[in-house]
Design a protein around this ligand. Structure first.
Ligand code: SF4
Ligand SMILES: [Zn+2]
Length: 335
């Protein structure tokens, strides 16, 4: 997950001025972001990246055993500024049947679970990532589960989502990256999505009785720490206002090349653990839906030797109980 030391856009004017966020076209921005990537390994298209099981608070308040299949498939076409998921993808579409085989073997490994996340480092309804016949076969494997969660870009939300749910015969939640509602920074993320796009996709899913999750960045690039918290909170407000049922708040991380370049120019810094805690507590305090603090690789922002383990455990408790535990006192933040 480390960024490259050498960058292909050396500039006295700075990465933010020469780089992706200010390029004239999405194509040029995409080229800039991609030019900063380190090489990625090649992967066996018949094997998922990883399989994991964890407890998660379900909508009805119970604790669900949720399996996640990190699917190996073709890279997402959007190339967002902050995304590092391309590291776990293939350059070309995987062979017919490969994604279905991955899901089949993962489900067999996972045993008794009640929900499954099918996360493909992109968009589950991108036909070049998950071929339609694979999607159909996968749907027929899911009817025994209480819920299935897939990830998808708002612009790829269409009737295929409802058809997949109908074929699966169980609840399907769609997780979409809202990222930030900051009016100037969202366009600079190269996500090629407006808030109206997100809202329209959410409405369409809700009209078909599908549930919506939102991924929200804590301290997107080009923000100070305080702005990072403020805009993450505003993003949660927006998400709930347009029908999102569950928000996952994610500390923005470097390591994809582009964010490392921006960090070197002072245009990006990862948030603190305090900020992640504050945003998660804010969202939960609204009482409008579930809020999860994303704890993947959280150790990288947990810098205090004394309190980090307890604070991470506190966030696990917050996630699982959907309550706000007392803050962990520590000299590092004078609580
Ligand atoms: S749409 Fe999602 S998966 Fe695709 S590049 Fe953007 S953040 Fe990454
Ligand atoms: Zn501390």
């Amino acid at each position: 997950m480390s960024g490259r030391a050498a960058r292909s856009s050396p500039s006295s004017a700075g990465a933010a001025e020469q780089g992706g966020p200010l390029q004239a076209t999405p194509k040029a921005t995409t080229e800039w972001i991609r030019s900063l990537r380190a090489p990625k390994p090649s992967f066996d298209p018949w094997v998922p990246q990883a399989v994991q099981i964890e407890d998660e608070r379900a909508r009805d308040g119970s604790t669900a055993s949720v399996g996640t299949v990190f699917i190996t498939n073709r890279e997402c076409p959007f190339t967002c500024l902050m995304c590092d998921l391309w590291k776990y993808t293939t350059d070309e579409s995987v062979p017919a049947g490969a994604v279905d085989r991955q899901v089949e073997s993962a489900l067999a490994q996972m045993g008794a679970i009640s929900q499954v996340k099918l996360y493909n480092a992109g968009n589950f309804f991108d036909d070049r990532a998950v071929a339609p016949p694979d999607r159909e076969r996968i749907a027929t494997r899911l009817g025994h589960l209480d819920a299935v969660i897939v990830e998808n870009h708002p612009k790829m939300v269409d009737d295929r989502v409802r058809a997949f749910r109908d074929l699966a015969g169980t609840d399907v939640d769609v997780a979409m990256g809202l990222e930030t509602v900051h009016p100037e920074i969202l366009p600079r993320l190269n996500k090629r999505m407006t808030l109206a796009d997100f809202e329209a996709a959410s409405e369409r899913l809700r009209a078909a009785e599908l549930q919506v999750r939102a991924f929200i960045l804590v301290r997107a690039p080009f923000m100070t720490e305080a702005e990072g918290v403020e805009w993450a909170c505003r993003s949660i407000d927006f998400a709930f206002s347009v029908g999102v049922e569950c928000c996952a708040v994610i500390p923005t991380r470097a390591g994809n090349g582009a964010l490392d370049a921006l960090a070197a120019e002072g245009q990006f810094q990862a948030p603190t653990l305090d900020s992640l805690e504050a945003v998660a507590a804010y969202g939960l305090g609204l009482g409008q839906g579930r809020v999860f603090a994303d704890l993947w690789d959280v150790e990288r922002i947990a810098t205090c030797d004394r309190c980090s383990p307890a604070r991470i455990e506190r966030l696990r408790t917050l996630n699982l109980t959907q309550t706000i535990p007392a803050l962990v006192p520590c000299e590092c933040r004078a609580v």
